[in-house]
Design a protein around this ligand. Sequence first.
Ligand code: ADP
Length: 478
Amino acid sequence: MESRNWIGGEWYTPTGGTMAVHNPSRTAEQLGTLYLSRPEDAVAAGHAARQALPKWAGMTGAARAEVLYKAAELFHQHLDSLARLASAEMGKPITEMRGEVMRAVHILRYYAAEGVRAIGSVIPANGKDVLQFTKRVPLGVVGVITPWNFPVAIPIWKIAPALICGNTVVWKPAEMASLTATRVTELLAEAGVPAGVLNLVIGEGATVGQALLDAVDLDGVSFTGSTTTGRKVAAACASRNIKYQTEMGGKNAAVVWRDADLAKTIPALISGAFSSAGQKCTATSRIIVDRACFDEVVARLADAIASIRVGPALEPETYMGPVASQAQYDKVTSYVRLAEQDGQVLARGRTDVDTTLGYYVLPMLATGVAVDHPLVQEEIFGPVATILAADSFEEAMALCNQTVYGLSASIFTQDLQKALRFLEEAEAGLVRVNLETAGVEYQSPFGGMKASSSHTREQGQAALEFYTQVKTCAVYYG
Ligand code: ADP
């Protein structure tokens, strides 16, 4: 397969260079080729989006909804082939990837229905014979910059609300998810997204992403990715006074209290830490355990880790695939070496697969490092979890909050008082009881505190706030 740009309703192959796409489950296999854009392509996409804006913004929500309903239908119809492409491209196991595509279907339906939702409010006026009310209007042209770890769901949870609110979009997907992005765009085009309303620009972050921020006439930017890049995006937008949202890193903790139902807790910890090979911003990377049950939790986690099925992403029995790329492999294995060198490895996964064929990193549970150690403080974005013991609930909470990040946090307990205190005291945008740190539903606000986000929220109704601006209207009829 080859990537293509879609700009102003035209498919074309940009000429800024090429990049081979290899299957992370079997790196010898080349899946396709990316054709990279030049900065001028981003500028052209911006012009197309600006030109398409008045007509799209002027349509009724109900008419825009028809396109999203049709897209939902097409994504559902092509669920299997889209999931297979995305799994092959970035290594997420096929069963999980099918779930991700289904999530995109639900998001498209959800935002389609928003096209006819009542919005705004009538506000009593102090002046006589004045009707005063608010209405929401589109932001305008929105730049959407997405990562590779949810190659279908994240773009859709930005693009669907942007479109239903009447915006036009320039989308710059991650290099490592650009074959999938091309297919996602083909489906949206087939669904009837008009020329220029969505524009796909494939290319590198440092050139095309940067050009989008510096040289394109934008009214808003929605970004998900690393904290370093997110801060650059925020700075660029702030200097241009463009509305932005950035979703960045996490270092999410799961606290296990002594009365937790371990039969349910252990699978939730395993899924939180190791599904998607830990490559979720909401992945569990610190497990904080009441010392009263520490040994038992370690023993059970070690058993569970030993039975994790590691293998190629496209095999239906695979629970954990490879990490997505050489860069990911190098980064994650550097933390594995750090754990072996500075700490104590409590459990390591096994596999019969020849791990040299792809970017396989076996799941790992580590301990024995100080709280300020990189294993406990830095986002690893891989299948490496660190376990820490706490002697009191207060210590568990202090450890939980001892991070610059604040995306997601969970507690496992039957104790209502502890659960409620946790929801109150945990410094995270997503706080959960007896549920893994990952997996928030699309109809709920998603986002983090502290260094994890720009303090905005995505998905649910929150997305509608980002992709619109409020007008206060007043009419004198006396
Ligand atoms: P990761 O390290 O996981 O690849 P990044 O934050 O680098 O995360 O990437 C997230 C998205 O941001 C990708 O689409 C990437 O191409 C894009 N990106 C990277 N650098 C820049 C930049 N300087 N300006 C705009 N976008 C960028």
